[in-house]
Design a binder for this molecule. Structure first.
Ligand code: LLP
Length: 425
C-alpha cells in the first residue's frame, strides 16, 4: 500500500524513519511536519551515480539535482556534499543552490520564462549552462553576455513531440506544451546562435515530463535528440553536451518505475555514441521516497454513508492530491489490526482538500498520528498559506538523530507581510 520507503517502516508496532520514531518528531516539533531521511536521499543520489558510472566515465556526466522537487537548504547541502550539481528554474533557486555551496560551474538554469534580471544574475555567476527556451531568450542572453563581456554556454531545449504518458499537468514534451522549441525548427535556431557573440551553443536539452514509469518515451525522445545532434554537427555546431532532463518516476502506490541500470543502458544505446557530456536533472526520484508528511488526527466524523478521518495536514501543506489526483498512502504511526474505511481529509474549506477516498485503514481516533507517505518531492516546496495556515516545519533525520531544518511559520509572520494603508485605517 505504501510507496517503497526503505528507510521508513514499522519497528514492532511503531513507525520509524531510520532510527527515529516518528511520534517523537511529532511531539518535539508539532504537526503537520515534513520529515526527510538523509540516508535515503544519499542512497537515491548514489543509485544514479552508480548506474550512470556503469556505462560511462564519471567525468562524462553531471547529475544536476532538480531543486524544485525540494529546495530546503539542508537537503541541497546534503546533495552538494555527495557531489551533485543543481538544476534551477528561478533566481530564488539560484540563490539557494549557491548558498548550499553548489559551485556555479555545476548549475544548469532551465525555465520557460526567465526574466532579464534573473538571466543577468545567472550570467554574472558563470553557470555551467543556460537552457534556452525561445529565440528571443537566446538573443537576450547574448545581448546581456556581450555587455558583461562573457560568452555563455547554452543548450537549446527542444520539444521532441513525445508523449511521456504521465499526468497531463506534468507532461512537457508534446508539441502543444509551452516548453522548448519544436525540434524541427531547432537547426535554424542553432544557425542563428552561431552568429551571436555572447552565446556558445554547446548542448541540446530535452525534458518530456515527470513521473515517467516506463523507459519507452525517454528512449524515443533521446533518439530524436541524437538525430538532431548529428544534423547540428553537420551544419557546423560543435555540440558537446546533451541534457536529458528529469529522472525516472517513483512508487507512490503500485507503479513499477524502470530500473536505473536499464535506464543507463538505454542512455548508452541512444546517446553515448555521440561522445557528449551527459547531464541529467532528477528531482522526484532523489527526494520523493525519502520524505513523509506527519500529521495528527483532529477528528473522526461520521458522514452520510462514510467516515471522515480529519487530519491537521491539508491541501495547502501537500497539494499533489488536490492538484493532480495524486495518491499518497496514509500509514498510522502506531500499527493496529482493526480496519475501517475512511475518506482522509484536511481542515481546509474545500471538498478538494481530500487525501484519500474510501481507503481501508487501521481504525483511528483523535490525537493519533499518521504519515502521508512519499512526500519528499513536490511537497513542502508547493505548500501555501491558504486559510492562513502557516507552512509546516521540516525535519531531517539521520540515524538516531534528527534536526529541525525549517521552522514552522507563525501567523504573526504571515500577517507581517500585510499592510493596512492609511485610507483604510
Ligand atoms: N528538469 C526540468 C526541466 C523539469 O521541468 C523537471 C520537472 C525536472 C528536471 C525534474 O523532474 P523529476 O526528476 O522530478 O521528474 N509538481 C509536479 C511535478 C512537476 C515537475 C516539473 N518539472 C508533481 O508534484 O508531480
Amino acid at each position: 500500500m505504501s510507496g517503497k520507503q526503505k528507510n521508513t517502516g514499522y519497528k514492532k508496532n511503531a513507525l520509524y524513519m531510520e532510527g527515529v520514531e516518528l511520534a517523537h518528531i511529532a511531539e518535539t516539533f508539532g504537526t503537520p511536519v515534513y520529515c526527510y531521511s538523509a540516508t535515503q536521499i544519499e542512497q537515491n543520489y548514489d543509485a544514479y551515480r552508480k548506474a550512470l558510472s556503469s556505462v560511462m566515465d564519471a567525468k562524462n556526466f553531471t547529475i544536476c539535482y532538480a531543486c524544485k522537487a525540494n529546495s530546503n537548504l539542508a537537503v541541497l547541502r546534503l546533495l552538494q556534499k555527495q557531489g551533485a550539481g543543481a538544476d534551477i528554474v528561478s533566481g530564488g533557486e539560484l540563490q539557494r543552490a549557491l548558498k548550499a555551496g553548489i559551485a556555479p560551474g555545476k548549475i544548469v538554469y532551465s525555465g520557460v520564462g526567465k526574466s532579464e534580471a534573473e538571466l543577468t544574475e545567472a550570467i554574472r555567476r558563470g553557470l555551467f549552462q543556460i537552457n534556452v527556451e525561445s529565440e528571443r531568450e537566446l538573443e537576450l542572453i547574448s545581448k546581456i553576455a556581450v555587455k558583461l563581456k562573457k560568452k555563455v554556454p547554452v543548450a537549446i531545449r527542444v520539444n521532441p513531440n513525445v508523449d511521456a504518458k504521465t499526468h497531463a499537468k506534468i507532461t512537457t514534451g508534446k508539441k502543444e506544451n509551452k516548453f522548448g522549441i519544436d525540434i524541427s525548427k531547432a537547426p535554424a535556431l542553432y544557425r542563428r546562435a552561431q552568429k551571436l557573440k555572447g552565446v556558445d551553443a554547446v548542448g541540446v536539452a530535452v525534458h518530456i515530463g515527470s513521473q515517467l514509469t516506463s523507459l519507452a518515451p525517454f528512449k524515443r525522445a533521446y533518439a530524436r535528440v541524437a538525430e538532431l545532434v548529428v544534423k547540428l554537427r553537420r551544419q557546423g555546431n560543435d555540440i558537446t553536451r546533451v541534457d536529458l532532463g528529469g529522472g525516472i518516476g517513483i512508487t507512490y502506490k503500485d507503479e513499477t518505475p524502470p530500473d536505473l541500470y536499464l535506464y543507463a543502458l538505454m542512455v548508452r544505446d541512444t546517446i553515448l555514441q555521440l561522445g557528449v557530456h551527459v547531464i541529467i536533472e532528477p528531482g522526484r526520484s532523489i527526494v520523493g521516497n525519502a520524505g513523509v508528511l506527519l500529521s495528527r488526527v483532529v477528528n473522526v466524523k461520521q458522514g452520510t454513508g462514510k467516515k471522515f478521518l480529519i487530519i491537521d495536514a491539508a491541501m495547502n501543506d501537500l497539494m499533489r492530491p488536490a492538484l493532480y489526483g495524486a495518491y499518497h498512502a496514509v500509514l498510522p504511526c502506531k500499527k493496529s489490526s482493526s480496519k475501517t474505511v475512511y475518506d482522509v481529509v484536511g481542515p481546509v474549506c474545500e471538498t478538494g482538500d481530500t487525501f484519500l477516498t474510501g481507503e481501508r485503514l487501521p481504525a483511528m481516533k483523535p490525537g493519533d498520528l499518521v504519515a502521508l507517505m512519499t512526500g519528499g518531492a513536490y511537497g513542502a516546496v508547493m505548500s501555501s498559506n491558504y486559510n492562513t495556515r502557516p507552512q509546516p516545519a521540516e525535519v531531517l533525520v539521520r540515524g538516531d538523530g534528527c534536526a529541525l531544518v525549517r521552522r514552522r511559520q507563525t501567523v504573526e509572520e504571515l500577517m507581517g507581510h500585510d499592510i493596512i494603508p492609511d485610507f483604510a485605517a
